[in-house]
Design a protein around this ligand. Structure first.
Ligand code: GSH
Length: 372
């Protein structure tokens, strides 16, 4: 059978499979809306879909996209990059390569670093766990013929074991993790009090990345939502603004230079996220599936390894290496000024698998975290 040659953006609506309370499904929906790419949303049905996803894209994770021509895609970062390659305007990345690097860095940090705290707020507090377990039991496990209470119990245990208490969180470090979330809220409040999007009067990949933790977690789950209402209403406004952003909003101005209020975010990336990525890479290199790491004043115990995040660090390095000379220097100066430079280069050699993730967005080698 020959493939259709209709350009992908002119094809009938694609199908987005996921859950409508999922981090990465929400990120992808924000992207599609901003770009005006029509899609149908369908809730994944577990466990049935797992086999199909492994067959079609290599791993079982959400979201997954099926194009009208039948092809399947996965991984929000690489899917967005792929869809962006079909547009000629490069509208979601600032033209200044230094700011463009920062946009990609923030997207990566939003995807990988805020996942654990987002899962914590959902699954640690009774209000969050009740709401989300009921929702998932009736949404993505609808077709499982078990009592709802049993499905809810299974879901709570699975998520905690995989992503919260089973991924480095302890009674002792939870206060510091929650303090880091409040700090993020206040840094973003400061930014969105002054302008509509992170890097100017128009959305960038940085905003789309942060839609992951915010749209379907911090601004939805009862406990962080109340903190946002009380301490960071401009962030709530931004969440709604982003959801209401359409292609006509891609005309606004970028900022001439990187604004000062972005620096505290970069500082936190430098003291927490990048050293964590380095420690994870060390754990993978030495074959450890669990590791302890102290970053940004938080002591994580028995965090799960992630091969995918080794690749994320490699992607960041490659992106910096691909910058023009002047932008390399400027970016290095910025990262040095906030203590985020040297951490990006440790360890020197990264333990990647052969051809790791080269097939994305059509085929993934690894899941985000080494569990399930
Ligand atoms: N890097 C992937 C991560 C996707 C991901 O991990 N999604 C979560 C749900 S929001 C998931 O499917 N987890 C797998 C599981 O729990 O088995 C992306 O950007 O799409």
């Amino acid at each position: 059978m020959t493939r259709q040659t209709v350009p992908v953006l002119e094809q009938p609506p694609l199908t987005l499979y996921g859950s409508n309370i999922s981090y990465f499904t929400g990120k992808m929906e924000n992207y599609f809306r901003i770009r005006g790419i029509p899609y149908h949303f369908k809730s994944m049905q577990f466990p049935r879909i797992e086999r199909q996803l492994k067959q079609e894209v290599g791993v079982s994770q959400m979201p997954a996209v099926q194009l009208a021509d039948g092809r399947w895609l996965t991984d929000t970062t690489k899917m967005i990059e792929w869809f962006e390659s079909k547009f000629s305007d490069n509208a979601l990345v600032p033209p200044d390569p230094h700011q463009a690097f920062v946009a990609h860095l923030i997207e990566d940090w939003a995807d990988e670093w805020w996942w654990r705290p987002a899962m914590h707020y959902r699954w640690h507090y009774t209000e969050g766990a009740r709401f989300a377990s009921w929702h998932l039991a009736s949404e993505v496990m609808e077709s499982v013929g078990l009592p709802v209470w049993l499905k809810r119990r299974f879901i709570c245990q699975r998520q905690r074991r995989g992503y919260t208490t089973g991924d480095g969180l302890t009674e002792t470090n939870v206060p510091a993790v929650e303090a880091s979330v409040r700090r993020l809220f206040s840094q973003l409040q400061n930014i969105f009090d002054n302008r509509p999007y992170l890097l100017g009067a128009r959305p960038s990949l940085a905003d789309i990345g942060l839609a992951g933790p915010f749209f379907r977690h911090f601004a939805l789950d009862p406990v962080p939502l109340e903190i946002l209402r009380q301490t960071a209403p401009a962030v709530l406004e931004w969440v709604a603004r982003l959801w209401n952003t359409t292609p006509k909003d891609l005309q606004g101005d970028w900022l001439d230079t990187l604004p000062k209020d972005i620096k505290p975010l970069l500082h936190d990336i430098g003291v927490s996220y990048l050293p964590y990525l380095g420690a994870n890479a060390e754990a993978v290199r030495s074959g450890r599936k669990r590791f302890d790491v102290q970053v940004g004043g938080v002591d994580f115990k028995n965090a799960r390894y992630s091969r995918y995040r080794v690749w994320c660090l490699d992607q960041l390095r490659k992106r910096w290496l691909g910058l023009p000379d002047e932008a390399q220097k400027m970016t290095r100066d910025t990262l040095e000024s906030v203590g985020a430079w040297s951490a990006m280069w440790q360890p020197e050699i990264l333990p990647l698998l052969p051809d790791q993730e080269v097939g994305l967005p059509f085929r993934a080698t690894t899941k985000m975290i080494g569990v399930y």
